[in-house]
Ligand binder design. Structure first.
Ligand code: PHE
Ligand code: ZN
Length: 882
């Protein structure tokens, strides 16, 4: 286990925040780009910050992995006695209150495999500065509360790097000697350094235009490698939809003359909202119907919207410090979710968001990395771009809207921008705007920002026939999380309805109210335990609770099987309808898991099968909703419901349920498949996507049956598909059988040149129950299309295996753990951020059965003891071992 010594990375605390000693008004940057080094000249106009407690504080600039060439203060070259440097900073003790500082540094993008700062990909130059990458470019006050006006001049070889981009507007260009050229950019908006961007290379552009509602003409440009120019149309259409939506929903317009998106194949995350120059992972830009699935098309629409929406929620109003990350991320995810709901099917989008939250965020909240959406401390900020900060953060923003209503939420947003445009602020400022704009007390609500863990709402109902009243008693608890033993009650919006015996909504009237209202209403739960009494309730109702998933909590209500079946068939709230099915499914899976552990029979219950049959037969239901209702929870989600995880029993149970349903509903699935099979040419719209999703769910069940005729269906679909959705679905069904080998080989041969399609090929095998073994994954790492330096490849193969193949990763001989440790250490040398993501595969270790627990512990200890571990991986493994 890692010992505490002087080299042990120390946590940074929210409570230690102090304003910067200096502020920067203006930055002029000149980049001289070349093959074996690049030179960065920076000219900073600074002044002392009157808000800093010490009026004689030194100036300490952040800087990492920089070769310093010269420092000039107010025109005078400083010799080494006038400043100090160490591995992470440059300090000038004697500073005037106003100064011009000129610094020249040399950096090495050509060997930068961290993909942080300035780096190379496919011969081109790209930057990534959030959170703390700018300090790898030049010495600077690399913190979001220092906002400056940037001017950027880029000089490079004309043939090798013909396109030179940065933030803002292009104001000049010219040629120089030695076949070099320059381009100058000016960004009129103040911004923190994390929003800086530069791109240089051989790129082609898809151009379009957009006119904002106030008449501003905006040039839209998507820059990609020339071979990808035919895959940008969907991204462009998504961008225009996003721009219009933000005007209509929030009154927010774009503010520059140009909006540029650049796609790069080597990227740590999904995309980055740099001012006027977004840089995207190719995965979230490039799509053609034959190369990208419906899920990819949806993802692109959402991420394009997300980055565009950041221009207001993130850039115009930014974060004071990185503890406030959810201020921009939670809010922007909420905005992109609302956008997606408006573009497609709102209930389907909502259910998918809930699935992501439960599968990934609930797990995080229950493990060693649990943290509130505003963390109190971190060792490495890159480890806090989490599902908690993003997805739970979005749920917290959604709860404002649920409590205040859409109009109230809009009033809060308007006030937020009115107060804080151009500022770097905190989550409390956002909450204050919501409270003040609506004259609503949100003091207790603040606990959502400081308490980690998933609360449980326990609800009990009591019907009083004589009084015709129904009383719901609601109690809340929240489990202890690392560093937080005791929790206080949260302010929880509980949306609900009451169903009559026919499944229809009953009118709702709380004791003391004059009239009844139909449909859904929102209760404000604030006490540890409290009761709500409904009056004039003619019959004992079935409560439809947590409608539309009104809060990120676990619900505990003792539903009977018949009540669940009623909700599945009739609940007017699509989320609750789906949820009732999931509850029944989880109950039965739990029974199967216990049977598998005891070596018993793995049969299905009749009421479950007939409820599922009824769902399949319901023509009035959106096919996408039917597909979701038939989708089994992930193995990892099932694991999180266990007190002690037995991966083999979980797999056996899940497969028994799938096969059991396939056998019992064979003819229904066949009928659905035939009815939806022929859809004509591919179209990406909500209806077509819904039909394809149900068809492919039916196929996935049929392919479980060990019958040649069923595999032939998959083979035919694979051979005939004109789109990647159908092609991938067919291949997924086939890979579980020996017949899949030929299809996999054909797929690889066809798509060898398409990096994003090859990612799918790697993932399919990594998560397949037949092929997903340590040996196979290791062999695939030798495939020419694989690269340990490329995050998409590592995620597609290694990440998918470690995070999504429960039984494969947890092979009883411990080989998965040894493989994980070796790979984490190898990736850590190249890209610490990626390595730390992989290391998350150990987060459940304490819940495994004893044999595996011991294996995971020794692998973790081996990683922790490794000399030269990055801060990123150190934080994950040390918190696991605490
Ligand atoms: N801020 C980016 C987003 O959510 C994510 C990101 C973080 C990208 C850090 C790169 C590095 O839109
Ligand atoms: Zn974001």
């Amino acid at each position: 286990m890692a010992k505490l010594d002087v080299n042990t990375p120390q946590p940074i605390q929210l409570k230690d925040y102090t304003p910067p000693a200096f502020l920067i008004d203006k930055v002029d940057l000149t980049f001289d780009l070349d093959e074996d080094h690049s030179r960065v000249s920076s000219r900073l106009v600074l002044h002392r910050n009157p808000d800093h407690p010490d009026a004689r504080a030194p100036l300490t600039l952040d800087g990492k992995e920089l070769t310093l060439e010269s420092v000039k203060l107010d025109g005078e070259i400083l010799d080494g006695s006038r400043y100090q440097t160490d591995a992470e900073s440059l300090t000038i003790a004697a500073m005037p209150d106003n100064a011009i500082l000129e610094i020249v540094t040399v950096i090495h993008p050509e060997t930068n495999t961290s993909l942080n700062g300035l780096y190379r990909s496919g011969g081109n130059f790209y930057t990534q500065c959030e959170a703390e990458g700018f300090r790898k470019i030049t010495y600077y006050l690399d913190r979001p509360d220092v906002m400056a006006r940037f001017t950027t001049t880029i000089v490079a070889d004309k043939n090798k790097w013909p396109v030179l981009l940065s933030n803002g507007n292009r104001v000049g260009e010219g040629t120089l000697d030695r076949n070099r050229h320059w381009v100058k950019w000016v960004d009129p908006f103040k911004k923190p350094a994390y929003l800086f961007a530069l791109v240089g290379g051989k790129l082609s552009r898809l151009a379009d235009r957009y006119t904002t509602s106030s008449g501003r003409e905006v040039a839209l440009e998507i820059w990609v490698e020339p071979a990808d120019l035919d895959k940008c149309d969907h991204a462009m259409a998504s961008l225009k939809k996003s721009m219009l939506w933000d005007e209509q929903r929030f009154g927010l317009e774009y503010d520059l003359d140009t909006y540029m998106i650049v796609a790069v194949g080597d990227f740590n995350m999904g995309a980055m909202e740099n001012k006027g120059l977004n840089i995207f992972n190719t995965k979230y830009v490039l799509a053609r119907s034959d190369t990208a699935t419906d899920v990819d098309f949806d993802g692109i629409e959402a991420v394009i919207a997300h980055e565009y929406f950041h221009n207001w929620t993130g850039n115009r109003v930014t974060c004071r410090d990185w503890f406030q990350l959810s201020l921009k991320e939670g809010l922007t995810v909420f905005r992109d979710q609302e956008f997606s709901a408006d573009m497609g099917s709102a209930p389907v989008q909502r259910i998918e968001a809930v699935r992501t939250l439960r599968t990934h965020q609930f797990a995080e909240d229950a493990g060693p990395m649990a943290h509130p959406i505003r963390p109190e401390s971190y060792i490495e900020i890159n480890n806090f771009y989490t599902v908690t900060v993003y997805e739970k953060g979005a749920e917290v923003v959604r709860m404002y809207q649920t409590l205040l209503g859409r109009d109230g939420f809009r009033r809060g947003m308007d006030l937020y921008f009115k107060r804080h445009d151009g500022q770097a602020v905190t989550c409390d400022d956002f909450r204050a705007a919501m409270a003040d704009a609506n004259d609503y007390d949100l003091n207790q609500f603040a606990r959502w920002y400081s308490q980690a863990g998933t609360p449980t709402l326990s609800v009990r109902g009591q019907y009083d026939a004589a009084a015709a009243s129904y009383t719901l008693t609601v109690s809340q608890t929240c489990p202890a999380t690392p560093g937080q033993g005791e929790k206080l009650p949260m302010h929880i919006p509980l949306a609900l309805g009451l169903l009559g015996p026919d499944g229809a909504d009953l009118p709702l009237q709380l004791a003391g109210e004059q009239e009844a209202l139909a449909g859904t209403r929102v209760l404000s739960v604030q006490e540890a335990s409290q009761s709500f009494t409904f009056i004039n309730v003619p019959v004992a109702p079935v409560p439809s609770l947590l409608r539309n998933f009104s809060a990120p909590v676990k619900l505990d209500f003792p539903y009977s099987r018949a009540q669940l079946a009623l909700q599945m068939a009739h609940d007017s709230d699509a989320f609750c309808r789906w949820e009732a099915g999931q509850t029944m499914m989880l109950q039965d899976l739990q029974t199967l898991i216990e049977a598998a552990r005891a070596g018993g029979e793995l049969g299905l219950k009749d009421d479950f099968v007939s409820a599922m049959r009824q769902v399949l037969a319901d023509d009035a239901l959106d096919p996408a909703l039917v597909a979701l209702m038939l989708t089994l929870p992930a193995e990892t989600y099932l694991a999180d419901q266990q007190s002690e995880i037995d991966p083999d029993a979980i797999r056996a149970a899940r497969e028994a349920m799938k096969l059991g349903l396939a056998r019992a509903l064979r003819s229904e699935f066949k009928a659905v498949y035939s009815r939806l099979q022929d859809q004509g040419a591919y179209r990406f719209d909500a209806q077509s996507v819904a039909r394809r999703s149900l068809k492919n769910v039916a196929l996935s069940y049929l392919a479980e049956l060990d019958e040649p005729a069923m595999l032939e269906l998959a083979e035919q679909q694979f051979a005939r598909a004109d789109n990647m959705t159908d092609s991938q679905a067919a291949l997924t069904g086939l890979v579980n059988w020996a017949e899949g080998d030929a299809a996999l080989a054909g797929f690889a041969a066809k798509w060898a040149e398409e990096a994003l399609v090859m990612d799918k090929w790697f993932t399919l095998q990594a998560i397949s129950r037949r092929l997903g073994t340590v040996a196979k994954v290791k062999a695939l790492m030798q495939h020419p299309a694989f690269a340990l330096t490329n995050p998409n490849k590592v995620r597609a193969l290694v990440g998918a295996f470690l995070h999504s193949n429960l039984a494969g990763f947890h092979a009883a001989d411990g080989s998965g753990y040894e493989f994980a440790a070796d790979t984490i250490l190898a990736v850590d040398k190249l890209n610490p951020q990626m390595a730390a993501r992989l290391a998350g595969c150990f987060n459940r270790w304490k819940k495994l059965e004893p044999g595996r627990r011991a294996g995971m512990r020794s692998a973790l200890e081996r990683v922790a003891a490794h000399a030269g571990l990055s801060r990123d991986v150190y934080e994950i493994v040390s918190k696991n071992l605490q």
